[in-house]
Write a protein that binds this ligand. Sequence first.
Ligand code: 13P
Ligand code: SF4
Length: 455
Amino acid sequence: MHLEPCNPPRPRPQSAAQPGAGPSREKPVSVSTAIQLISRGEAGFPAPATTCTPDLARDPWVFDALPLPDYGPGASMHDPVPPTTPRQGELPEEFRTASADDLDRRILAAKETLGESVVVLGHFYQRDEVVKYADFVGDSYQLARAATERSAAEAIVFCGVHFMAETADMLSTPEQAVILPNLAAGCSMADMADIDSVTECWDQLTALFGSEPDADGRRPVIPVTYMNSSAALKGFCGEHGGIVCTSSNAAAVLEWAFERGQRVLFFPDQHLGRNTAKAMGVPLERMPLWNPRKAWGGTDEQTLRDSRVILWHGFCSVHKRFTVAQIEKARAEHPGVRVLVHPECPMPVVDAADEAGSTDYIRKAIDAAAPGSTFAVGTEINMVNRLAAQYPQHTIFCLDPVLCPCSTMYRIHPGYLAWVLEGLVEGRVPNRITVPESVAGPARVALNRMLAVRP
Ligand code: 13P
Ligand code: SF4
Protein backbone atom coordinates (compact mmCIF):
# COMPACT_ATOMS: atom_id res chain seq x y z
CA MET A 1 0.00 0.00 0.00
CA HIS A 2 1.20 3.50 -0.73
CA LEU A 3 0.29 6.23 1.71
CA GLU A 4 1.26 9.83 1.29
CA PRO A 5 3.81 11.07 3.80
CA CYS A 6 2.53 13.78 6.13
CA ASN A 7 4.69 16.52 4.68
CA PRO A 8 4.75 16.31 0.90
CA PRO A 9 7.42 18.31 -0.90
CA ARG A 10 6.72 22.03 -0.71
CA PRO A 11 5.52 23.49 -3.96
CA ARG A 12 7.56 25.98 -5.93
CA PRO A 13 5.24 28.95 -5.32
CA GLN A 14 5.46 30.54 -8.72
CA SER A 15 4.35 27.48 -10.65
CA ALA A 16 1.26 25.99 -9.02
CA ALA A 17 -2.31 26.59 -10.10
CA GLN A 18 -4.78 28.76 -8.26
CA PRO A 19 -7.74 26.80 -6.93
CA GLY A 20 -10.85 27.00 -9.00
CA ALA A 21 -9.47 29.71 -11.22
CA GLY A 22 -8.10 27.66 -14.11
CA PRO A 23 -4.39 27.22 -14.69
CA SER A 24 -2.27 30.03 -13.35
CA ARG A 25 1.36 30.74 -12.50
CA GLU A 26 0.52 32.76 -9.40
CA LYS A 27 1.58 31.98 -5.82
CA PRO A 28 -0.57 29.06 -4.59
CA VAL A 29 -2.91 29.49 -1.65
CA SER A 30 -5.02 26.91 0.15
CA VAL A 31 -8.72 26.59 -0.72
CA SER A 32 -9.71 28.09 2.64
CA THR A 33 -7.41 31.07 2.12
CA ALA A 34 -8.70 31.55 -1.41
CA ILE A 35 -12.27 31.55 -0.09
CA GLN A 36 -11.37 34.18 2.51
CA LEU A 37 -9.70 36.31 -0.17
CA ILE A 38 -12.66 36.02 -2.50
CA SER A 39 -15.14 36.84 0.26
CA ARG A 40 -13.17 39.96 1.18
CA GLY A 41 -12.92 40.94 -2.48
CA GLU A 42 -9.19 41.36 -2.00
CA ALA A 43 -7.17 42.57 -4.91
CA GLY A 44 -4.55 40.21 -6.24
CA PHE A 45 -6.75 37.16 -6.54
CA PRO A 46 -7.60 36.23 -10.13
CA ALA A 47 -10.88 37.83 -11.14
CA PRO A 48 -12.80 34.76 -12.41
CA ALA A 49 -12.53 32.92 -9.08
CA THR A 50 -15.91 32.62 -7.37
CA THR A 51 -17.30 30.38 -4.65
CA CYS A 52 -20.61 28.54 -4.75
CA THR A 53 -21.69 30.37 -1.58
CA PRO A 54 -20.34 33.28 0.46
CA ASP A 55 -21.14 31.19 3.57
CA LEU A 56 -17.96 29.23 2.86
CA ALA A 57 -16.01 32.04 4.47
CA ARG A 58 -17.72 31.31 7.82
CA ASP A 59 -16.30 28.83 10.32
CA PRO A 60 -17.96 25.41 10.68
CA TRP A 61 -19.00 26.02 14.30
CA VAL A 62 -21.27 28.79 13.06
CA PHE A 63 -23.24 26.09 11.23
CA ASP A 64 -22.87 23.53 13.98
CA ALA A 65 -24.57 25.97 16.34
CA LEU A 66 -27.70 26.31 14.21
CA PRO A 67 -30.74 24.48 15.62
CA LEU A 68 -31.12 22.51 12.38
CA PRO A 69 -27.68 22.45 10.81
CA ASP A 70 -27.43 21.61 7.15
CA TYR A 71 -24.33 20.02 5.68
CA GLY A 72 -22.53 23.35 5.94
CA PRO A 73 -21.43 25.58 3.10
CA GLY A 74 -20.23 23.94 -0.09
CA ALA A 75 -21.44 21.50 -2.70
CA SER A 76 -23.81 19.43 -0.58
CA MET A 77 -25.25 22.20 1.58
CA HIS A 78 -28.71 21.91 0.03
CA ASP A 79 -29.00 18.12 0.39
CA PRO A 80 -31.54 17.17 3.07
CA VAL A 81 -30.01 16.04 6.36
CA PRO A 82 -31.64 12.88 7.79
CA PRO A 83 -32.81 13.22 11.42
CA THR A 84 -30.40 10.49 12.52
CA THR A 85 -27.32 12.44 11.39
CA PRO A 86 -25.05 13.17 14.37
CA ARG A 87 -24.82 16.74 15.64
CA GLN A 88 -21.67 18.39 16.94
CA GLY A 89 -21.83 20.00 20.38
CA GLU A 90 -20.48 23.50 20.79
CA LEU A 91 -16.72 23.84 20.40
CA PRO A 92 -15.27 25.63 23.46
CA GLU A 93 -14.67 29.32 22.84
CA GLU A 94 -10.90 29.12 23.28
CA PHE A 95 -10.72 26.97 20.11
CA ARG A 96 -13.17 29.13 18.19
CA THR A 97 -11.28 32.33 18.86
CA ALA A 98 -7.71 31.02 18.67
CA SER A 99 -5.58 32.31 15.81
CA ALA A 100 -4.25 29.92 13.18
CA ASP A 101 -0.79 30.21 14.74
CA ASP A 102 -2.11 29.40 18.22
CA LEU A 103 -3.97 26.37 16.92
CA ASP A 104 -0.85 25.27 15.08
CA ARG A 105 1.23 25.45 18.27
CA ARG A 106 -1.42 23.62 20.30
CA ILE A 107 -1.90 20.84 17.76
CA LEU A 108 1.83 20.24 17.39
CA ALA A 109 2.35 20.29 21.16
CA ALA A 110 -0.49 17.82 21.74
CA LYS A 111 0.81 15.51 19.01
CA GLU A 112 4.29 15.69 20.51
CA THR A 113 2.93 14.77 23.96
CA LEU A 114 0.79 11.94 22.62
CA GLY A 115 3.58 10.50 20.47
CA GLU A 116 2.94 7.04 19.07
CA SER A 117 -0.25 6.64 21.06
CA VAL A 118 -2.18 8.65 18.47
CA VAL A 119 -2.28 8.50 14.68
CA VAL A 120 -3.94 11.17 12.58
CA LEU A 121 -5.41 9.95 9.29
CA GLY A 122 -6.56 12.38 6.60
CA HIS A 123 -8.58 11.97 3.43
CA PHE A 124 -7.36 13.64 0.23
CA TYR A 125 -10.34 16.03 0.36
CA GLN A 126 -9.42 17.57 3.70
CA ARG A 127 -8.36 21.19 3.72
CA ASP A 128 -4.57 21.85 3.65
CA GLU A 129 -4.77 23.39 7.12
CA VAL A 130 -5.76 19.94 8.45
CA VAL A 131 -3.86 17.64 6.07
CA LYS A 132 -0.57 19.10 7.27
CA TYR A 133 -1.06 17.38 10.65
CA ALA A 134 -1.95 13.97 9.17
CA ASP A 135 0.46 11.09 9.63
CA PHE A 136 -1.08 9.47 6.55
CA VAL A 137 -3.16 10.87 3.72
CA GLY A 138 -5.02 8.60 1.34
CA ASP A 139 -8.26 7.59 -0.35
CA SER A 140 -11.02 5.80 1.53
CA TYR A 141 -9.65 2.34 0.66
CA GLN A 142 -6.12 3.20 1.80
CA LEU A 143 -7.40 4.79 5.00
CA ALA A 144 -9.50 1.70 5.78
CA ARG A 145 -6.36 -0.39 5.36
CA ALA A 146 -4.30 2.07 7.40
CA ALA A 147 -6.75 1.63 10.28
CA THR A 148 -6.02 -2.12 10.26
CA GLU A 149 -2.26 -1.56 10.23
CA ARG A 150 -1.80 0.95 13.06
CA SER A 151 -2.55 -1.32 16.00
CA ALA A 152 0.09 0.42 18.16
CA ALA A 153 -1.95 3.64 18.28
CA GLU A 154 -4.46 3.87 21.13
CA ALA A 155 -6.38 6.59 19.31
CA ILE A 156 -7.03 7.09 15.60
CA VAL A 157 -8.05 10.68 14.88
CA PHE A 158 -9.88 10.45 11.58
CA CYS A 159 -9.90 13.64 9.52
CA GLY A 160 -12.52 12.58 7.01
CA VAL A 161 -16.24 11.90 7.20
CA HIS A 162 -18.48 9.79 9.41
CA PHE A 163 -18.68 6.59 7.34
CA MET A 164 -14.87 6.49 7.11
CA ALA A 165 -14.52 6.77 10.89
CA GLU A 166 -17.11 4.01 11.36
CA THR A 167 -15.13 1.78 9.01
CA ALA A 168 -11.91 2.54 10.87
CA ASP A 169 -13.63 1.61 14.14
CA MET A 170 -14.82 -1.72 12.74
CA LEU A 171 -11.41 -2.61 11.28
CA SER A 172 -9.26 -1.47 14.21
CA THR A 173 -8.85 -3.37 17.48
CA PRO A 174 -11.51 -3.01 20.23
CA GLU A 175 -8.92 -1.24 22.42
CA GLN A 176 -8.39 1.53 19.86
CA ALA A 177 -10.59 4.62 19.92
CA VAL A 178 -11.55 6.19 16.60
CA ILE A 179 -12.26 9.90 16.87
CA LEU A 180 -14.03 12.15 14.36
CA PRO A 181 -13.05 15.74 15.25
CA ASN A 182 -16.41 17.17 14.12
CA LEU A 183 -19.38 14.81 14.43
CA ALA A 184 -21.31 16.78 11.82
CA ALA A 185 -18.82 15.74 9.14
CA GLY A 186 -21.10 13.28 7.36
CA CYS A 187 -21.53 12.47 3.69
CA SER A 188 -24.75 13.55 2.02
CA MET A 189 -24.47 10.76 -0.52
CA ALA A 190 -24.06 8.11 2.20
CA ASP A 191 -27.18 9.54 3.86
CA MET A 192 -29.22 8.99 0.68
CA ALA A 193 -29.57 5.28 1.51
CA ASP A 194 -30.75 4.20 4.95
CA ILE A 195 -31.27 0.74 6.37
CA ASP A 196 -35.08 1.00 6.40
CA SER A 197 -35.46 1.93 2.73
CA VAL A 198 -32.83 -0.59 1.60
CA THR A 199 -34.56 -3.35 3.63
CA GLU A 200 -37.90 -2.37 2.09
CA CYS A 201 -36.37 -2.57 -1.40
CA TRP A 202 -34.77 -5.92 -0.56
CA ASP A 203 -38.10 -7.34 0.67
CA GLN A 204 -39.76 -6.32 -2.58
CA LEU A 205 -37.00 -7.88 -4.65
CA THR A 206 -37.17 -11.06 -2.58
CA ALA A 207 -40.95 -11.20 -3.11
CA LEU A 208 -40.31 -10.95 -6.87
CA PHE A 209 -37.30 -13.27 -7.28
CA GLY A 210 -37.41 -15.51 -4.21
CA SER A 211 -34.14 -16.29 -2.49
CA GLU A 212 -33.19 -19.65 -4.04
CA PRO A 213 -30.03 -19.83 -6.19
CA ASP A 214 -30.32 -20.86 -9.86
CA ALA A 215 -28.88 -24.07 -11.35
CA ASP A 216 -25.40 -22.45 -11.37
CA GLY A 217 -25.65 -21.63 -7.67
CA ARG A 218 -26.11 -17.91 -8.28
CA ARG A 219 -28.45 -16.08 -5.93
CA PRO A 220 -31.16 -13.81 -7.38
CA VAL A 221 -29.60 -10.58 -6.02
CA ILE A 222 -26.25 -9.70 -4.41
CA PRO A 223 -26.21 -6.42 -2.44
CA VAL A 224 -23.14 -4.24 -2.98
CA THR A 225 -22.65 -1.11 -0.95
CA TYR A 226 -20.20 1.65 -1.73
CA MET A 227 -17.86 2.41 1.17
CA ASN A 228 -19.73 5.75 1.38
CA SER A 229 -22.58 4.23 3.41
CA SER A 230 -23.53 3.66 7.02
CA ALA A 231 -22.19 0.73 9.03
CA ALA A 232 -25.77 -0.59 9.11
CA LEU A 233 -25.77 -0.96 5.32
CA LYS A 234 -22.39 -2.67 5.36
CA GLY A 235 -23.86 -5.01 7.97
CA PHE A 236 -26.86 -5.60 5.69
CA CYS A 237 -24.51 -6.67 2.91
CA GLY A 238 -22.59 -8.95 5.25
CA GLU A 239 -25.83 -10.65 6.30
CA HIS A 240 -27.18 -11.08 2.76
CA GLY A 241 -24.17 -12.51 0.93
CA GLY A 242 -22.99 -9.07 -0.21
CA ILE A 243 -19.87 -6.98 -0.17
CA VAL A 244 -18.48 -3.43 0.13
CA CYS A 245 -16.62 -1.60 -2.65
CA THR A 246 -14.68 1.63 -3.01
CA SER A 247 -14.05 3.62 -6.15
CA SER A 248 -10.65 1.93 -6.45
CA ASN A 249 -11.98 -1.65 -6.57
CA ALA A 250 -15.58 -1.34 -7.84
CA ALA A 251 -14.98 -3.38 -11.03
CA ALA A 252 -13.27 -6.24 -9.16
CA VAL A 253 -16.05 -6.23 -6.58
CA LEU A 254 -18.79 -6.30 -9.25
CA GLU A 255 -16.95 -9.21 -10.86
CA TRP A 256 -17.04 -10.98 -7.46
CA ALA A 257 -20.77 -10.28 -7.18
CA PHE A 258 -21.63 -11.45 -10.73
CA GLU A 259 -19.88 -14.76 -10.01
CA ARG A 260 -22.26 -15.27 -7.10
CA GLY A 261 -25.46 -13.65 -8.27
CA GLN A 262 -27.78 -13.13 -11.22
CA ARG A 263 -27.94 -9.41 -10.53
CA VAL A 264 -26.62 -6.76 -8.16
CA LEU A 265 -28.40 -4.20 -6.00
CA PHE A 266 -25.87 -1.33 -5.87
CA PHE A 267 -26.20 1.51 -3.34
CA PRO A 268 -26.01 4.40 -2.69
CA ASP A 269 -24.11 5.92 -5.67
CA GLN A 270 -25.89 5.38 -8.96
CA HIS A 271 -23.01 6.98 -10.89
CA LEU A 272 -20.22 4.76 -9.59
CA GLY A 273 -22.47 1.73 -10.19
CA ARG A 274 -23.46 2.79 -13.70
CA ASN A 275 -20.00 3.91 -14.81
CA THR A 276 -18.36 0.73 -13.52
CA ALA A 277 -20.94 -1.71 -14.89
CA LYS A 278 -21.03 0.08 -18.24
CA ALA A 279 -17.26 -0.24 -18.57
CA MET A 280 -17.70 -3.98 -17.87
CA GLY A 281 -20.15 -4.26 -20.79
CA VAL A 282 -23.49 -4.18 -18.97
CA PRO A 283 -26.04 -2.43 -21.27
CA LEU A 284 -27.74 0.68 -19.84
CA GLU A 285 -31.20 -0.82 -20.31
CA ARG A 286 -30.22 -3.57 -17.86
CA MET A 287 -29.42 -1.02 -15.13
CA PRO A 288 -32.73 0.35 -13.84
CA LEU A 289 -32.76 3.08 -11.20
CA TRP A 290 -34.41 2.35 -7.85
CA ASN A 291 -35.93 5.48 -6.35
CA PRO A 292 -36.87 4.64 -2.73
CA ARG A 293 -39.56 7.34 -2.72
CA LYS A 294 -41.53 5.65 -5.54
CA ALA A 295 -43.62 2.47 -5.63
CA TRP A 296 -41.47 -0.41 -6.92
CA GLY A 297 -38.58 2.04 -7.00
CA GLY A 298 -40.20 3.82 -9.97
CA THR A 299 -39.47 0.85 -12.23
CA ASP A 300 -41.48 -2.26 -13.17
CA GLU A 301 -41.41 -6.01 -12.74
CA GLN A 302 -40.17 -6.90 -16.22
CA THR A 303 -37.35 -4.33 -16.11
CA LEU A 304 -36.26 -5.71 -12.75
CA ARG A 305 -36.37 -9.29 -14.08
CA ASP A 306 -34.16 -8.27 -17.03
CA SER A 307 -31.77 -6.26 -14.87
CA ARG A 308 -28.09 -6.96 -14.15
CA VAL A 309 -27.51 -3.99 -11.82
CA ILE A 310 -30.26 -2.20 -9.89
CA LEU A 311 -28.90 1.27 -9.11
CA TRP A 312 -29.94 3.18 -6.00
CA HIS A 313 -31.02 6.78 -6.59
CA GLY A 314 -28.03 8.34 -4.77
CA PHE A 315 -25.39 10.77 -5.97
CA CYS A 316 -22.58 13.03 -4.79
CA SER A 317 -23.39 16.74 -4.94
CA VAL A 318 -19.71 17.59 -5.35
CA HIS A 319 -19.17 15.39 -8.40
CA LYS A 320 -22.56 16.28 -9.87
CA ARG A 321 -21.14 19.75 -10.52
CA PHE A 322 -18.86 18.49 -13.32
CA THR A 323 -20.21 18.79 -16.85
CA VAL A 324 -19.37 17.83 -20.42
CA ALA A 325 -19.34 21.56 -21.31
CA GLN A 326 -16.48 22.08 -18.81
CA ILE A 327 -14.52 19.28 -20.51
CA GLU A 328 -15.16 20.75 -23.96
CA LYS A 329 -13.95 24.16 -22.74
CA ALA A 330 -10.80 22.62 -21.22
CA ARG A 331 -10.03 20.80 -24.48
CA ALA A 332 -10.62 23.93 -26.55
CA GLU A 333 -8.41 26.09 -24.34
CA HIS A 334 -5.68 23.51 -23.65
CA PRO A 335 -5.01 21.29 -26.66
CA GLY A 336 -3.50 18.01 -25.43
CA VAL A 337 -5.04 18.34 -21.95
CA ARG A 338 -5.64 15.04 -20.15
CA VAL A 339 -9.03 14.97 -18.44
CA LEU A 340 -9.15 12.82 -15.28
CA VAL A 341 -12.42 12.47 -13.37
CA HIS A 342 -13.71 10.55 -10.37
CA PRO A 343 -16.26 7.79 -11.17
CA GLU A 344 -18.83 9.53 -8.94
CA CYS A 345 -19.26 11.97 -11.85
CA PRO A 346 -22.33 11.43 -14.07
CA MET A 347 -21.88 9.01 -16.99
CA PRO A 348 -21.70 11.63 -19.81
CA VAL A 349 -18.82 13.31 -17.94
CA VAL A 350 -16.96 10.03 -17.45
CA ASP A 351 -17.55 9.18 -21.13
CA ALA A 352 -16.18 12.55 -22.25
CA ALA A 353 -13.11 12.32 -19.97
CA ASP A 354 -9.89 10.54 -20.89
CA GLU A 355 -9.83 8.48 -17.71
CA ALA A 356 -11.92 7.92 -14.58
CA GLY A 357 -10.60 6.59 -11.30
CA SER A 358 -10.46 6.94 -7.55
CA THR A 359 -8.69 9.80 -5.86
CA ASP A 360 -5.53 7.73 -5.59
CA TYR A 361 -5.81 6.71 -9.26
CA ILE A 362 -5.86 10.41 -10.18
CA ARG A 363 -2.86 11.12 -7.97
CA LYS A 364 -0.86 8.22 -9.43
CA ALA A 365 -1.71 9.19 -13.02
CA ILE A 366 -0.39 12.70 -12.40
CA ASP A 367 2.65 11.37 -10.56
CA ALA A 368 3.56 9.11 -13.49
CA ALA A 369 3.11 11.73 -16.26
CA ALA A 370 5.96 13.29 -18.23
CA PRO A 371 6.91 16.80 -17.01
CA GLY A 372 5.00 19.57 -18.74
CA SER A 373 1.70 17.66 -18.92
CA THR A 374 -1.62 19.46 -18.56
CA PHE A 375 -4.44 17.96 -16.50
CA ALA A 376 -8.05 19.03 -16.05
CA VAL A 377 -9.35 17.18 -13.00
CA GLY A 378 -12.94 16.43 -12.00
CA THR A 379 -12.85 15.84 -8.28
CA GLU A 380 -12.94 17.78 -4.99
CA ILE A 381 -11.15 21.13 -5.10
CA ASN A 382 -8.92 20.69 -2.01
CA MET A 383 -7.33 17.66 -3.62
CA VAL A 384 -6.99 19.25 -7.06
CA ASN A 385 -5.43 22.36 -5.57
CA ARG A 386 -2.97 20.30 -3.55
CA LEU A 387 -1.97 18.23 -6.59
CA ALA A 388 -1.33 21.47 -8.48
CA ALA A 389 0.97 22.61 -5.67
CA GLN A 390 2.73 19.25 -5.32
CA TYR A 391 3.40 18.81 -9.05
CA PRO A 392 4.63 22.22 -10.25
CA GLN A 393 6.18 20.54 -13.30
CA HIS A 394 2.62 20.10 -14.65
CA THR A 395 -0.30 22.41 -15.27
CA ILE A 396 -3.19 21.10 -13.17
CA PHE A 397 -6.59 22.72 -12.77
CA CYS A 398 -10.09 21.82 -11.65
CA LEU A 399 -12.74 21.40 -14.36
CA ASP A 400 -15.18 23.41 -12.24
CA PRO A 401 -14.24 27.10 -12.29
CA VAL A 402 -16.28 27.71 -9.12
CA LEU A 403 -14.61 27.06 -5.78
CA CYS A 404 -16.98 24.61 -4.08
CA PRO A 405 -15.48 22.12 -1.62
CA CYS A 406 -17.24 19.10 -0.18
CA SER A 407 -19.22 20.81 2.56
CA THR A 408 -18.96 17.91 4.99
CA MET A 409 -15.23 17.28 4.57
CA TYR A 410 -14.82 21.03 5.07
CA ARG A 411 -16.31 20.80 8.54
CA ILE A 412 -13.06 19.43 9.93
CA HIS A 413 -11.22 22.58 10.96
CA PRO A 414 -7.94 22.87 12.93
CA GLY A 415 -9.99 24.17 15.88
CA TYR A 416 -11.76 20.79 16.21
CA LEU A 417 -8.49 18.93 15.72
CA ALA A 418 -6.83 20.92 18.52
CA TRP A 419 -9.84 20.30 20.78
CA VAL A 420 -9.81 16.48 20.34
CA LEU A 421 -6.02 16.19 20.62
CA GLU A 422 -5.90 18.26 23.81
CA GLY A 423 -8.80 16.17 25.14
CA LEU A 424 -6.67 13.06 24.62
CA VAL A 425 -3.75 14.69 26.40
CA GLU A 426 -6.07 15.35 29.37
CA GLY A 427 -7.21 11.71 29.36
CA ARG A 428 -10.63 12.33 27.76
CA VAL A 429 -11.74 10.64 24.55
CA PRO A 430 -13.93 13.16 22.72
CA ASN A 431 -16.17 12.28 19.76
CA ARG A 432 -15.46 8.57 19.82
CA ILE A 433 -17.18 6.71 16.98
CA THR A 434 -18.34 3.29 18.16
CA VAL A 435 -20.25 0.85 16.00
CA PRO A 436 -22.19 -1.69 18.12
CA GLU A 437 -20.88 -5.25 17.68
CA SER A 438 -24.32 -6.44 16.44
CA VAL A 439 -23.78 -4.20 13.39
CA ALA A 440 -19.97 -4.32 13.21
CA GLY A 441 -19.86 -8.15 13.11
CA PRO A 442 -21.79 -8.56 9.83
CA ALA A 443 -20.31 -5.34 8.42
CA ARG A 444 -16.83 -6.74 8.96
CA VAL A 445 -17.83 -9.81 6.92
CA ALA A 446 -18.67 -7.55 3.95
CA LEU A 447 -15.55 -5.41 4.48
CA ASN A 448 -13.26 -8.42 4.72
CA ARG A 449 -14.76 -9.81 1.50
CA MET A 450 -13.78 -6.51 -0.12
CA LEU A 451 -10.28 -6.53 1.37
CA ALA A 452 -9.78 -10.05 -0.02
CA VAL A 453 -10.72 -8.95 -3.57
CA ARG A 454 -7.70 -7.74 -5.53
CA PRO A 455 -8.44 -4.55 -7.51
P1 13P B 1 -12.23 7.78 -2.65
O1 13P B 1 -12.76 6.41 -2.34
O2 13P B 1 -11.72 7.89 -4.03
O3 13P B 1 -11.29 8.23 -1.59
O4 13P B 1 -13.46 8.77 -2.63
C1 13P B 1 -14.22 8.94 -1.47
C2 13P B 1 -15.20 9.99 -1.68
O5 13P B 1 -15.93 10.35 -0.79
C3 13P B 1 -15.31 10.55 -3.01
O6 13P B 1 -16.27 11.52 -3.03
FE1 SF4 C 1 -19.65 12.38 0.24
FE2 SF4 C 1 -19.38 13.58 -2.14
FE3 SF4 C 1 -18.21 14.60 0.03
FE4 SF4 C 1 -17.30 12.32 -1.03
S1 SF4 C 1 -17.28 14.35 -1.97
S2 SF4 C 1 -17.64 12.73 1.14
S3 SF4 C 1 -19.24 11.39 -1.71
S4 SF4 C 1 -20.46 14.38 -0.35
